[in-house]
Design a protein around this ligand. Structure first.
Ligand code: ATP
Length: 233
């Protein structure tokens, strides 16, 4: 589904990605964990096309997309739920979903919206409410539902647990896990390493712009180095 080779990206003189190699297979949940500032968000932003790559290649579903503009990547089935949710706070819940469907010019809007409501019933209850009035967990669900409206094959999900109470982290990540059952492949970036590795098939560890470890999530979660550095155990 995704194949990333020697990907580099910079902000002026700061190199935030220093040669990333990463693969995501069709149907997998893959997580990238790492400390604040490791480059996780930059990686997702390069994959979605909102941050330029300075070197390397990104292949998605068999096509090289390294220089493809972001809106064309969305149309091909690669969507992003950005860090901090970035929902349209002054619009209603349903108008946020409507905007998520902007790439499709067909009559499937209501069907897609109802599928999103089935996945997140609270959004159906609050469909006419202003999105900014939702709780943090509900806003995260809306951000994910909005991305689903573009019918992604692969969703890039940045820190869905950020700022949520522990009980909501569990709820949101269970919802994330269930996306697999509707055929969405997931690349999940998280600082909450335990929660992310608990739902992922495989994981990568990122430190200062580089991948330093990779493996099945079960192996990473029991690795003493990960337990010490990222799980506080
Ligand atoms: P966080 O979890 O805090 O978002 P992260 O792992 O996602 O961290 P990035 O946000 O990708 O890390 O940041 C990687 C590096 O790039 C950091 O050194 C950061 O300071 C720098 N950086 C990120 N965005 C910018 C920007 N717009 N301008 C300059 N430097 C930036």
């Amino acid at each position: 589904m995704l194949s990333v080779r020697n990907l580099r990206s910079r902000y002026g003189r700061i190199e935030a990605l220093c040669g990333i190699d990463l693969d995501v297979e069709d149907g997998e949940i893959v997580t990238v964990i790492g400390a604040n500032g490791a480059g996780k968000s930059t990686l997702l932003r390069c994959l979605s096309g909102v941050q330029p790559a300075s070197a390397g290649t990104v292949e998605f579903a068999g096509q090289t997309i390294t220089k493809m503009p972001a809106h064309r990547r969305v149309a091909r089935g690669l969507a992003q739920t950005p860090e901090g949710r970035q929902i349209f706070t002054t619009l209603s819940v349903e108008d946020n979903l409507r905007l998520g469907a902007y790439v499709h010019d067909d009559d499937r809007y209501e069907k897609d919206r109802d599928a999103a409501f089935d996945m997140f019933p609270v959004l159906k209850e609050k469909r006419d409410q202003i999105a900014g009035s939702l709780s943090g967990g509900q806003q995260q669900m809306l951000a994910i539902a909005r991305a689903l409206m573009s019918r992604p094959k692969c969703l890039l999900l940045d820190e869905p647990s950020m700022g949520l109470a522990p009980i909501l982290v569990t709820q949101v990540l269970e919802a994330v896990k269930s996306l697999r059952s509707v055929g969405v492949t997931l690349l999940l970036v998280e600082q909450n390493a335990f929660a992310a590795l608990s739902i992922a098939d495989r994981g990568y560890v990122m430190e200062v712009g580089q991948i330093t470890m990779a493996g099945p999530a079960g192996e990473l979660i029991s690795d003493p180095r990960i337990r010490k550095a990222y799980l506080g155990l």
